[in-house]
Design a protein around this ligand. Structure first.
Ligand code: NAP
Length: 501
């Protein structure tokens, strides 16, 4: 029998009681829509809550579809001039943004922690990660390549050149509220594209703060526009249907990604899709156990488990499974839990009550199918949307959490006997974003990495995100790659010019 699911204890939304520094940080963020280089306040308001307390931090503008079309008009009007701006000038602006973000990291991290929940050190890490996208793509902006080839039959030359795809729609999720935007805005600007950015409803402040920094760094009016809304479908559907939009870059769930792909098909719009995951983490019996536990901890607990890259299914070779589970449980036990602004907190709140209910339901389902609770497993005994670090062992493959993103601090451990079995089970999912492999045997490591149907693999490491590396998935985890040498290509069209000689 599944144990009954206890909901997060909700607090009635009310104005937040904030410290002076917290209030100053929140008040520093513009609350309007950023359109054509100016801030526009709307009558409709969108409350922004602190997930740790349920209290209202502030309210931002709630864009109407007409506001969205104004944003697209501004991006379209700015496109030609931005595309003509010298790559070195675009690069310099991106570098200024990189430095400005780092210089302002404490304020930005505090804002992010308050609206999203992740502990301050993680928020600072995300600001640095976001800043690095601006530096990386500042460097790529001046390295656009092309080609000059003789036609095989002679008598002609082929010129190959890359041009900006044009005004781009960028839609981002709440779990990395600044970095997911930076990973799109920086290559778009480097390539010479203007954009309309729609951040997640629950975490608009990090993006609005970033927009202000971009403007101060010299991004011209209309090149970056930001619209916040409570009704993303009503706002974005007309923009996707509009022939002025040339590109949609989306990060979010596979379900919404599929819906948007259908909409994009109508105008054959170019897309980049960074979607959901169901990452397997394989630990072979020749692994260094310290490395494997460290890696599993990082892959599980980063962002309180709320990451597309989170280790969703941990599969351990039978002979070491018990010891691995004990050691991971010891590592995840007694972690300070609380509001992410409190010193020393490692486990912040989940994003909302639905997230807590989902995790609790998945844990209850796994228990009902025979999983054993080694750590946690019951809702946190405190108000707010917290869920305690949890370790489950003997998780059977038919447990729902083996097929659904857990998005919480729950390590679900199963066992395997052979390498072939591990690979087959790892690949037995429609998702293919990332996998993790722990083994000291290099031949096995490479063999397994190549056999895994994912866009990324961490071999003896639990974090793969890096602005200099191509991030993205296969199967239902997405289309395209962000970051790395090819990230800028997502915003470029290759043009061939045939020249008679
Ligand atoms: P989500 O519900 O799909 O939302 C993502 C974004 O899409 C939000 O801005 C959302 O706006 C917007 N949206 C929702 N419905 C829309 C519609 N009909 N038209 C246009 N936009 C729409 O995902 P989430 O819950 O925010 O984020 C978690 C998911 O993102 C997980 O599945 C995670 O794996 C995935 N993710 C993937 C990556 C990656 O790189 N592969 C990175 C991070 C997260 P609202 O906020 O207003 O709903």
């Amino acid at each position: 029998m599944a144990e009954s699911v206890s909901s997060a204890r909700l607090l009635e939304p009310q104005p937040a009681v904030l410290s002076d520094a917290e209030r100053a940080a929140i008040d520093s963020v513009p609350t309007g829509l950023f359109l054509g280089g100016a801030w526009r306040e709307t009558t409709g308001r969108l409350p922004v809550l602190d997930p740790a307390t349920g209290q209202t931090l502030c309210a931002v503008s709630d864009a109407t579809p007409a506001d969205g079309l104004d944003a697209l008009a501004a991006a379209t009007a700015a496109q030609a001039d931005w595309a003509r701006t010298a790559p070195r000038a675009r690069s310099d602006i991106l570098l200024r943004a990189h430095r400005a973000l780092l210089a302002d990291a404490d304020r930005l991290a505090l804002i992010m922690t308050m609206e999203m929940g992740k502990p301050l050190p993680e928020a600072r890490g995300e600001v640095a990660y976001a800043a690095e996208f601006f530096r990386w793509f500042a460097e790529e902006a001046v390295r656009l390549d092309g080609g000059y080839l003789p036609a095989p039959a002679g008598g002609a030359r082929f010129l190959l050149t890359k041009q900006p795809v044009g005004p781009s729609l960028l839609i981002t999720p709440w779990n990395f509220p600044m970095a997911m935007g930076a990973r799109k805005i920086a290559p778009a600007l480097a390539a010479g594209c203007t954009c309309v950015v729609k951040p997640a409803e629950q975490t608009p402040l990090s993006m609005l703060a970033l927009a202000a920094i971009l403007a101060e760094s010299g991004v011209p009016a209309g090149v970056v526009n930001v619209v916040t809304t409570a009704d993303p479908g009503a706002l974005m559907t007309p923009l996707i249907a509009d022939s002025r939009s040339r590109k949609l870059s989306f990060t979010g769930s596979t379900a919404v990604g599929k819906l948007l792909l259908e909409q994009c098909a109508r105008t054959v719009m170019r897309t980049s899709m960074e979607l959901g995951g169901n990452a397997p983490l394989l630990v072979f019996d020749d692994a260094d156990l310290d490395t494997a536990v460290d890696g599993a901890f990082a892959a599980k607990m980063r962002n309180i488990g709320q990451a597309c890259t989170a280790a969703n299914r941990i599969l351990v070779q039978r002979g070491i499974a018990a010891e691995f589970a004990e050691r991971l449980a010891a590592r995840m036990a007694d972690l300070p839990m609380g509001r992410g602004t409190e010193p020393g907190v490692v486990v912040g709140p989940l994003i909302d009550a639905d997230a807590v209910d989902k995790v609790a339901t998945l844990v209850a389902d796994a228990r009902s199918r025979g999983a054993t609770v080694l750590l946690g497993g019951t809702s946190a005994d405190r108000p707010g949307t917290f869920y305690p670090p949890t370790v489950l062992t003997d998780v059977p493959d038919d447990a729902q959490l083996c097929h659904t993103e857990i998005f919480g601090p729950v390590a679900a451990i199963g066992t395997f006997d052979t390498e072939d079995e591990a690979v087959a089970r790892a690949n037995d999912t429609p998702y293919g974003l990332v996998a993790y492999v722990f083994t000291e045997n290099l031949r096995r490591g490479l063999r397994v990495c190549e056999a895994l149907e994912t866009g990324m693999v961490g071999l003896n490491q639990g974090v793969v995100s890096n602005p200099a590396a191509p991030f993205g998935g296969v199967k239902e985890s997405g289309l395209g790659r962000e970051g790395g040498f090819t990230g800028i290509d997502e915003f470029l069209e290759l043009k061939y010019i045939g020249v008679q000689t």
